[in-house]
Write a protein that binds this ligand. Structure first.
Ligand SMILES: [Zn+2]
Length: 243
């Protein structure tokens, strides 16, 4: 007998304290068969990313596992005025289609903006929305949301510093700039991961080298002038190479 891919958990609303159900994908099914260079993942059955945003059916408050759980009076008031008062009861506890997942992320984003949630949460929501448009092959919307998420990740870096996930955030700043066509910016961020001796995350160093090489190809085939940093790195490589 096949196991149902989804199971339900109970969550308590951060705003009205109602206990409600939301679905999650079984951990054994969370292995993607493919992952893009900016971590967008593809699954054979249910996509766990569709279930990240939990929505209270009573008041419409949307959150993720990493959201702020204690709201200030100011946040409560802002939520009530802009979302809570207009909410029509809706249930997102079951299986979600791509369109429904998109609706939950849009509400999650609106909610996060209204209560001025941490930049890290906002950046993650924007990045996920870009992925949902990628699944749908809506390239224009995907690009729009990748740009928004890039701006939000830059704010994360400027305000919070990169923290324990430093290499991953720096790599992502490189990759999102590359995808957005800001090639010179991308070189700077990848260069930091590759050359900063304090960074020891081998997977992110390898990924940065690969994307740096890809970027170099893209710039050469686009007849673009290579940035100084890249020319210097090429010279260094030539010195080390015996041929
Ligand atoms: Zn609620």
């Amino acid at each position: 007998m096949e196991l149902e891919p989804l199971y339900k958990v109970k969550v308590t609303c951060h705003y009205c304290e109602t206990e409600f159900e939301t679905s999650r994908v079984r951990p054994s099914l969370k292995r993607p068969y493919r992952t893009d260079s900016d971590f967008c993942a593809y699954y054979k059955l249910e996509n766990p990313d569709f279930y990240v945003v939990r929505i209270c059916p009573e008041c419409g408050f949307a959150s993720t596992e990493n959201s702020t759980d204690k709201l200030t009076d100011k946040q409560r008031l802002a939520f009530k005025e802009q979302i809570g008062n207009r909410w029509e009861k809706r249930d997102y506890s079951g299986a979600r289609t791509l369109d429904q997942a998109l609706a939950t992320y849009k509400l999650g984003l609106f909610c996060a903006q209204v209560i001025q949630e941490k930049d890290r949460i906002v950046a993650g929501l924007l990045h996920h929305i870009a992925w949902l448009y990628r699944y749908r092959e809506d390239h224009e919307q995907e690009r729009r949301f990748l740009e928004f998420s890039l701006e939000a990740y830059v704010r994360v870096f400027e305000r919070e510093g990169a923290g324990s996930n430093e290499a991953r955030l720096l790599y992502l700043l490189g990759e999102l700039n590359r995808r957005a066509g800001h090639f010179h910016e991308a070189v700077k961020w990848f260069g930091r991961v590759i050359h900063d001796k304090r960074i020891t995350d081998a997977a992110m160093i390898r990924a940065s080298r690969e994307q740096w090489a890809l970027l170099r190809e893209q710039m050469i085939s686009g007849k673009m002038e290579l940035p100084e940093e890249m020319i210097e790195a090429d010279k260094e490589a030539a010195k080390r190479s015996p041929i």
